[in-house]
Design a binder for this molecule. Structure first.
Ligand SMILES: Nc1nc2c(ncn2[C@@H]2O[C@H](COP(=O)(O)OP(=O)(O)O)[C@@H](O)[C@H]2O)c(=O)[nH]1
Ligand SMILES: [Mg+2]
Length: 313
């Protein structure tokens, strides 16, 4: 994986996170620069900046509390030390697990869920492109049969990614598209099958039924496949994104998060909030509309791309 990483990769991430660097990250930096001592005033300002930056009240409180403890343990005296403790704390909250990409070495089915407009179809297309470039046999399926345009949009992406697609007609039962897709995947010895779905959270019961039905078809038709279910979250919607993830997690077992439109927010803290509160790893991060603007998530790269370090000044 590492050797296939293109050299512009980190630069692209950094560019995509520019708004958050100039906003959220430099606001944090300013708090530390504005104080000579670690005191209540500093903690209060930091708390405010974290909450304003979409880290959310719960996670922010957790961070402040753990910082106060670390400061005691480490006998930290100056704001610079506290800043390093903060970065360390944030890094630890970015959930990543050793096995989070294990499915890539097996036959897998990735179901992509999320509410309308968050970037599901785009994400399916981009991920298909990534896997195709990595020489994995990839298939996508248009299980969003709610809107006629959804199928056409995915066809466009499939063409761009140079992967085959199982198309569908508006109004078809999504479970029957799943049925066709998993059987095609088995017959063609596909490595990764990616399912685009319709997001209609306003009717939770319907959605739950629909997801359950699709899951049942995969369980029955393709029991050997490794199953992944990812919720796509639009970073520009802030705390709403967190609530959406929670709701989807109630109706299906999420194994991953895709955070899109990070390029469109100045509040990069949402990545910290979702990771810290849901304990589900962010697997991919979207920083633009193009094919190349989706990457596997690395907490180290994310930290380095987002936060202002002394070398930057
Ligand atoms: N700026 C930006 N736009 C994105 C990103 N991901 C998706 N989009 C845009 O979001 C819009 C909705 O995407 P779509 O895939 O149709 O969402 P869906 O309704 O969830 O399938 C499209 O205009 C995409 O180009 C991203 O990472 N950055
Ligand atoms: Mg769509």
């Amino acid at each position: 994986m590492e050797e296939e990483r293109n050299p512009g990769f980190f630069e692209r991430l950094k560019m995509g996170l520019k708004k958050s660097r100039d906003g959220f990250a430099s606001d944090i930096d300013a708090v530390f620069l504005g104080h000579e001592k670690i005191n209540d005033d500093l903690y209060e300002e930091l708390e405010e900046v974290l909450i304003m930056g979409d880290v959310g009240v719960n996670t922010t409180e957790g961070i402040i509390e753990s910082l106060k403890k670390s400061v005691k343990e480490n006998r930290a005296k100056i704001p610079g030390e506290l800043k390093n403790l903060l970065y360390e704390d944030i890094r630890n909250r970015l959930t990543s697990t050793e096995d989070m990409y294990d499915y890539e070495n097996k036959k897998s089915v990735i179901m992509v869920v999320g509410v309308n407009g968050v970037g599901k179809t785009t994400t399916v297309g981009k991920i298909a492109g990534i896997y195709h470039n990595e020489h994995k046999k990839t298939l996508v399926a248009a299980c969003d049969t709610f809107r006629a345009a959804a199928n056409a949009q995915l066809e466009e992406w499939a063409k761009r990614a140079d992967v085959p697609i199982i198309s569908s007609k508006e109004g078809t039962d999504p479970a029957s598209v799943v049925f066709d897709a998993v059987n095609a995947a088995k017959a063609r010895n596909v490595d990764v099958l990616i399912l685009d779905t319709a997001g209609r959270l306003h009717n939770k019961k319907n959605l739950m039924e629909e997801l359950r039905k699709m899951n049942r078809v995969i369980d029955r038709e393709y029991p050997d496949a490794v199953r992944e279910t990812w919720v796509v979250l639009d970073a520009t919607t802030g705390q709403n994104a967190l609530n959406q993830a929670k709701e989807f997690n109630e109706v299906t077992d999420l194994t991953g998060i895709v955070l899109t439109k990070m390029d469109g927010t100045a509040k990069g803290g949402i990545a910290i909030a979702v990771s810290s509160e849901l304990h589900i790893p962010v697997k991919f991060i979207g920083v633009g509309e193009g094919m190349e603007d989706l990457q596997r998530f690395s907490s180290d790269d994310f930290m380095n791309a987002l936060f202002v370090t002394d070398n930057d000044n």
